[in-house]
Write a protein that binds this ligand. Structure first.
Ligand SMILES: NC(=O)c1ccc[n+]([C@@H]2O[C@H](COP(=O)([O-])OP(=O)(O)OC[C@H]3O[C@@H](n4cnc5c(N)ncnc54)[C@H](O)[C@@H]3O)[C@@H](O)[C@H]2O)c1
Length: 264
């Protein structure tokens, strides 16, 4: 399905990013995998190339794009997948995480995509099209109990993906926004709330399959957990009911079981 397409992926050393890289490689694409440390072994296994890219640095993002295009050819699909999450205050105070954790979340979860879009969109307009995928989260449509910085920046990531899709459809540039609930990765490792989620802990390959499907059907939202679509509709139709329901859910979670407890 993606025969000879050039696909660049950030945060691709493991988890969802690597799952997506595998899906594209298995479907004929040539993949450029990047992370804070070059994922050499993973890229080799997929017949792709590995790069260092710190998405919080514009220079690092543009060097990644430049190097991947020099090695493999013009990028057709860019997967902005790198992401971070930090907890609220030590006693669960909302917005109680450090300024550093908020700033890192903004840089990685939002600006990392902005830098790539800024570089690629003019090129794609000239080349006749492209596809930009952002791994946001269900937290970008709903909320992440225990992390206001994750919720706020993932909402921003959804807004950015929408903006690309709206602004550049006429340029044949498509955008997709991946909004999973819990998925097995380093981010959820050892987190009881994620591992025992009533909506299920998916595998990265499930998210990758949902992305493949969304591209085939030209669907903006990639809902690997279809129930997220139902919750999102519920939120839109009765916001107060949603807030009350989430507050009730929060009150049932023991403080030590809250997800994303790490601090920066
Ligand atoms: N696992 C889940 O339950 C879940 C659910 C919804 C959304 N997500 C999102 O999926 C994406 C992938 O996360 P994952 O679950 O596979 O976890 P993960 O920790 O395995 O992957 C995140 C990757 O991002 C990389 N990264 C962190 N900071 C970076 C930076 N500054 N520059 C470049 N790379 C950086 C990490 O090194 C890591 O390899 C993230 O955006 C995350 O927010 C995860």
């Amino acid at each position: 399905m993606f025969s000879n397409k050039i696909v660049a992926i950030t945060g691709a050393a493991g988890g969802i990013g690597l799952g997506i890289a595998k899906m594209f490689a298995n479907n004929g694409a040539r993949v450029a995998l990047s992370d804070l440390k070059a994922p050499e072994a993973q890229a080799k296994e997929l017949g792709g190339k590995a790069y260092v890219c710190d998405v919080s640095s514009e220079a690092s993002v543009t060097s990644f794009i430049e190097a991947a295009e020099a090695d493999l050819g013009p990028i057709d699909i860019y997967i902005s997948n790198a992401g971070v999450g930090f907890g609220d205050g030590p006693n669960g105070e909302v917005a109680g995480g450090s300024n550093k954790s908020w700033e890192t979340s903004w840089q990685v979860n939002v600006m990392g995509s902005v830098y790539a879009v800024r570089d690629l969109v003019p090129k794609w307009i000239e080349r006749g099209g492209g596809r930009f995928v952002i791994t946001a989260s269900a937290a970008g449509l709903l909320n992440q109990i225990g992390s206001a910085s994750y919720s706020a920046t993932k909402h921003a990531a959804v807004g950015l993906a929408e903006a690309i899709a709206i602004a550049h459809r006429a340029d044949n540039i498509f955008a997709h926004c991946i909004c999973p609930q819990y998925v097995r990765s380093n981010m959820t490792k050892g987190q009881k709330f994620a591992e025992e989620s009533k909506d299920g802990l998916l595998e990265p390959s499930d998210v990758a399959a949902a992305l493949k499907n969304a591209i085939a059907n030209d669907e903006f939202l990639v809902l690997s957990h279809p129930v997220v679509g139902e919750y999102f509709k519920g939120k839109a139709s009765d916001y107060n009911r949603y807030i009350h329901g989430m507050a009730k859910l929060k009150s049932k979670i023991a403080a030590e079981d809250l997800p994303l407890q790490n601090q920066e």
